[in-house]
Design a protein around this ligand. Structure first.
Ligand code: NAD
Length: 420
C-alpha cells in the first residue's frame, strides 16, 4: 500500500464507521485539480536540468486550498495527492477555513547551491502562479523547504501579478510578512495536544521517556519544547541515523552539535543506531517527525512506546495502525498532532490581510485554544464510536466537510442541469 492508498484507506474506514453519506466520500476521495509541470533550470555549471513538479488542489469546500511544498528526491504524484488529501482533513479537524492542497518538486536540495534553489523556486512559481493566490491556494514550507524559499516564492509571485502579495504563501521570514511562532508551530501544537492528553489520562510528564525521529523543523523543535516541559528525551535522529542515551539527551546540545557537524552522529555520551533501530527503542512516547510509512506492518510489533505523536504526515501505515490499536498503543494522528503548523500559517495569512502583526504570546494563546478544542472534538468522536483516535479525527473532519458540501452542493446537480 503506498501513501495515497493508505490515506484513502483511512478515509474509507472512518466513513464506514460513521455511516457517512456516499456522495461526500466519493467527492473527497478525489483531488479537485492536479497540475504536473516540468521546470527547466540552469545549474551553476552551465548545464540545463529539467525537474518534475506538482501542485495538487484537493478540496476547497471549506475555503481556499492550503498546503506546503516539498522538495525531495523521491516526490511523486501519489505522494503529493496523499499530502493534499490530508491537508483538507487537517484544516477541518482544527476548524480553520481552508481546504487542502500540496506541492512537490522532485529534487535534492542538499546537493544544490542557494542560487540553483532560488532559480528552481522562481521557475516553479512561474509554472503554477495562475492557479494559486492569496484567496485561492496558499502554499507553505514542508520537507526540505524553508522560510528563505518562501521569501523567494512570495517575491516571484508578487512580481508576476505586479503587486506586493505576502499572503500568497506562509512560513515566510518575519521581515517579509512572517508570523512570530510559525517556525515552532508544528511542534508547539503537538506539544499542547500531548500535554492535554497526558493530563486527561493522569500521566506524569516527569520520567516520561521520549524518542524523536527527524531533526528538522518539526522534530528539532519538538525535542527542544518537550525537554523544556520536563520530558526526558532519550533518542533523536536525522536522515543519517539516530543517537540514543537511556538517561537522557539535552536537545540543546544536540542542536549545537548538528549545526556544527551537519549530523547528529558523534554527539557526546550517546550511542549511534539506525533510524529503524531508534523507533524500536525503549520509551514512553515516540514522536515521528520525519517521513511517511516509518511504522509499518514489519516493525509495528517491535514498537515499545505507549503513545505515538505523529508530527510527520502519514508516518504509520494502515496495517500498523490496526495492530497498534489492538495492542493499546495510542496514536495521536498526524491530522491532529501536526495541525499547529497550518493553524499558525492561517494566523500569518490573517496578519498579512490586515497588515497588522501579533505578539508571540497572542499567537501561542490562540494556537493553544485551537489545538485543545480540536482534541476535545476528536475525543468526542472517538469515544462515541469506540474507535482509534485517528478514526475520531477523520470523523471530526468529515462531519464539518459533509455539512459544508450539503450547504454548498457538490457541483454535480448543477452540471446535470447545464447539460440536460
Ligand atoms: P525538514 O526538512 O525541516 O526536516 C526533515 C527531517 O527528516 C530532517 O531531520 C531529515 O534529516 C529527516 N529525514 C529526511 N529523510 C529521512 C529519512 N528517510 N529517514 C529519517 N529521517 C529523515 O522537514 P519538516 O518540516 O520537519 O517535516 C517533517 C515532517 O513533518 C514531514 O512529514 C512534514 O510533512 C511534516 N510536517 C511539517 C510541518 C511544518 O510546518 N514544517 C507541518 C506539518 C507536518
Amino acid at each position: 500500500m503506498n501513501f495515497y492508498q493508505n490515506t484513502i484507506t483511512n478515509l474509507n474506514k472512518a466513513a464506514q464507521t460513521m455511516k457517512l453519506d456516499a456522495e461526500t466520500l466519493a467527492v473527497l476521495s478525489h483531488p479537485q485539480k492536479t497540475l504536473m509541470v516540468s521546470l527547466p533550470v540552469r545549474m551553476d555549471d552551465g548545464t540545463l536540468r529539467v525537474f518534475e513538479a506538482y501542485r495538487v488542489q484537493h478540496s476547497e469546500l471549506r475555503g481556499p486550498f492550503k498546503g506546503g511544498i516539498r522538495y525531495y528526491p523521491t516526490v511523486d504524484l501519489d505522494e503529493v495527492k496523499a499530502l493534499a488529501t490530508e491537508m483538507t482533513f487537517k484544516c477541518s479537524v482544527v476548524g480553520i477555513p481552508y481546504g487542502g492542497g500540496k506541492g512537490g518538486v522532485c529534487c535534492n536540495p542538499k546537493e544544490m547551491s542557494p542560487g540553483e534553489l532560488e532559480r528552481l523556486t522562481r521557475r516553479y512559481v512561474q509554472a503554477i502562479y495562475q492557479i494559486i493566490g492569496p484567496r485561492h491556494d496558499i502554499p507553505a514550507p514542508d520537507v526540505y523547504t524553508n522560510s528563505q524559499i518562501m521569501a523567494w516564492f512570495m517575491d516571484e509571485y508578487s512580481r508576476l501579478v505586479n503587486e506586493y502579495q505576502p499572503g500568497v504563501v506562509t512560513g515566510k521570514p518575519i521581515e517579509v510578512g512572517g508570523s512570530l511562532g510559525r517556525d515552532t508551530a508544528t511542534a508547539q501544537g503537538g506539544a499542547y495536544v500531548l500535554e492535554s492528553y497526558m493530563a486527561k489520562k493522569g500521566l506524569e510528564v516527569a520520567n516520561t521517556k521520549v524518542v524523536v525521529q527527524g531533526f528538522g523543523n518539526a522534530g528539532r523543535n519538538a525535542a527542544l519544547i518537550l525537554h523544556k516541559m520536563g520530558y526526558t528525551v532519550v533518542g533523536l535522529s536525522d536522515s543519517k541515523g539516530g543517537v540514543y542515551h537511556a538517561d537522557g539527551i539535552d536537545p540543546n546540545e544536540a542542536a549545537e552539535h548538528k549545526d556544527k557537524k551537519g549530523v547528529l552522529e558523534g554527539l557526546a555520551k550517546t550511542t549511534h543506531c539506525t533510524n529503524e533501530q531508534l523507533i524500536e527503542k525503549e520509551c514512553d512516547v515516540l514522536v515521528l517527525a520525519a517521513m511517511e510509512n516509518q511504522v509499518n506492518k514489519t516493525n509495528a510489533k517491535h514498537i515499545k512506546a505507549k503513545i505515538i505523536l505523529e508530527l510527520a504526515n502519514g508516518p504509520t501505515s494502515a496495517e500498523a495502525d490496526d495492530y497498534l490499536f489492538k495492542k493499546g498503543v495510542e496514536v495521536i494522528p498526524d491530522i491532529l498532532a501536526n495541525a499547529g503548523g497550518v493553524t499558525v500559517s492561517y494566523f500569518e495569512w490573517l496578519q498579512n490581510r490586515e497588515a497588522y502583526y501579533w505578539t508571540l504570546d497572542e499567537v501561542q494563546t490562540k494556537l493553544n485554544r485551537v489545538m485543545l478544542e480540536a482534541l476535545e472534538r476528536v475525543l468526542h468522536f472517538q469515544e462515541k464510536h469506540h474507535t482509534s483516535m485517528r478514526e475520531g479525527a477523520y470523523m471530526s473532519a468529515f462531519d464539518r466537510l459533509e455539512k459544508a458540501m450539503k450547504l454548498r452542493g457538490s457541483g454535480a446537480n448543477l452540471l446535470c442541469k447545464v447539460y440536460k
